[in-house]
Design a protein around this ligand. Sequence first.
Ligand code: PLP
Length: 338
Amino acid sequence: MRIDLRSDTITKPTKGMLQSMMNAVVGDDVYKEDPSVNELEAYLANLFGKETALFFPTGSMANQAAIKLHTQPGEQLIADHYAHVFNYEGGGVSFNSGVSCKLIEGNRGMITADQVEAAINPPDFYHSPLTALVCVENTTNKGGGACYDIETLKSIKDVCERHGLGFHLDGARLWNAMIAKDQSPKDFGKLFDTISVCLSKGLGAPMGSVLIGDTELMKNAIRVRKVLGGGMRQVGFMAAAGLYGVKHQWDRLAEDHKRAQEIGEVLSTLPFVLHVEPIDTNIVIFKIATNEDEFIAKMAEKDIHFYSMGQGKLRLVTHHDYSERMHQYFLEVLQSMD
Ligand SMILES: *Cc1c(COP(=O)(O)O)cnc(C)c1O
């Protein structure tokens, strides 16, 4: 039995999802003639209380397009030093938008209004880049699935409004945050100018992300997507998978969170585990006293797979394809390690 805890991106379509893909009515989405894509976009815009939404092949492209919509070359965005847009999008912020990042050392990838305020360059000081945008991530990836309180986000939003800055949410795993914190999409729609969400992680679709925002800001999004090479044809098969994920596989993220908690509880009893980071959602980060590559190799012998983050830190992610049977077996294996 292969147990793959490297990421929730490894999830495969369920029977119901495959059925919805098979039944999808499609058309050429470059002409905006794909009914399934149009349906997904309308559904998500409405869910978040925004005017419009646009389907993207990847979350990176959706974030990169958002950054382009909010900025001009030479300007600067503010983000936590763990941010996906800075660390894991291939330098796209500078490549695509000619923008630099002012990085904040937040707590597990989360930043505060005071930190944002302090990071803004005074607009009349023409020596420094003009601050244009604040990007936050929820849940945080490198921060171990941490998620924000709405109050914290509200106070960052106030700072953005006072200084005329755009406010973008990298919500790749926002679905997990909303389940963990009992928040609603409209809570986020009210706060952010643009929101990207992934369909291909916990929700289990094979691909796809959606960028959500209001018409005025989003009017160039389709052009930016085209420039980035993201105009797709009969992609309604994938949009149907994503819509199925939102409608039928969102609630069950609570199971992933529960299993992550249980893994954390067992880990913290093991003598060679130095530290388990707080577990808010489906990501578990822990530190071990022994060599992490050896530990990972030992686990791989038992066909259990997860990642090293370097410096003794290990990461595992629970997801739809990690079943209760796998979970019980994994906990047993962990308890037998010395
Ligand atoms: C996964 C992820 C993305 C998007 O990644 P893609 O692989 O490009 O779809 C963006 N932000 C965060 C925080 C993520 O975890």
